[in-house]
Design a protein around this ligand. Sequence first.
Ligand code: AHM
Ligand code: MG
Length: 344
Amino acid sequence: MDRQGVGTTITQHILKQQREKPEATGAFTTLLNELIVAAKVISREVNKAGLVDILGSTGKINVQEEQVQKLDVFANQIIIERMQHIGQLWCMGSEEDPDLIEIPAQYPKGDYILFFDPLDGSSNIDVNVSIGTIFGIYKRKEGGSGDLLLSEALQPGIEQVAAGYFIYGSSTIMVYTTGNGTGVHGFTLFPSVGEFLLSHENIRIPGKGKIYSVNEGNYPYWDEKTRALVDYFKTPDRETGRPYTSRYVGSLVADFHRNLLKGGIFMYPADMKDPKKPTGKLRLMVEANPLAMVVREAGGYASDGHGPILEIEPTELHQRVPLYIGSKEDVEMAEAFISGRVEA
Ligand code: AHM
Ligand code: MG
């Protein structure tokens, strides 16, 4: 920020990036701007969440005699309502909705597809711990049938044209990238001005970190390779800087953001809690892919333990994947353990 207190706003930043692209039509700028408005509304609601019990608890009638909604349902509705009328989207996919979300017939359609997790970190919503919104944006495939089919909407993460997240924490921050070497940039919401101002320009994740983030309560449900990997990060070894420090918030956005700035690895491995579903917990389209694009652009890496998250061909809207994401060297080490290149 300069001395007069006038920093670069997110809108200025997006416009500047788009001006450098001759093919830009303004559609993408409109889309991102509307998403930012939705996030500001969500941020406002998150900030007053503690007042819900005073003004009327969730599921009850508040003082204005309105039904008080659960925050994640509210966040989902706000994003859908704001995004569906702008004329830039072909469809949406949300963690909260079982199927693709169609654009109502009264609104014009566009070529972009938005996947999002409206309010991630559901177990932390009621306890004042950071939560977030995650988004990944794609362009509709050319030469498709035009019908709203899952097979036409789902694409590997590498096809994302932009991705990022909002974190509602000690302050509200937006981090986004449009890929292709444009960098990862962070903006902090200045509440009294109501604008996101550039606060973290060109974020680069350290090549190797000192933090590992994983829910170790799942240890009994992991296979030998996963246990060996987590044991590795905890085993003292001066040369490789181990043991690593353990940090786990339980909100992916918060854990990811900290590791992005400080270096480290976040893991949500496959587990056998439900033996019929030995996948990870996190969703490919709305959680893993967007953060994988961000981390790659910042110099890091995201893997499912065998290869890049961004290259996975999705087959289901709510497909789950094991996720290892963060500093490149650490994630490559995780891959070596999980894929069996290092002995468990
Ligand atoms: P959610 O989409 O229901 O909020 O679940 C996703 C969250 C992530 O934010 C977090 O990384 C993970 O679940 C934590 O899971 P666990 O409680 O099993 O450690
Ligand atoms: Mg989630």
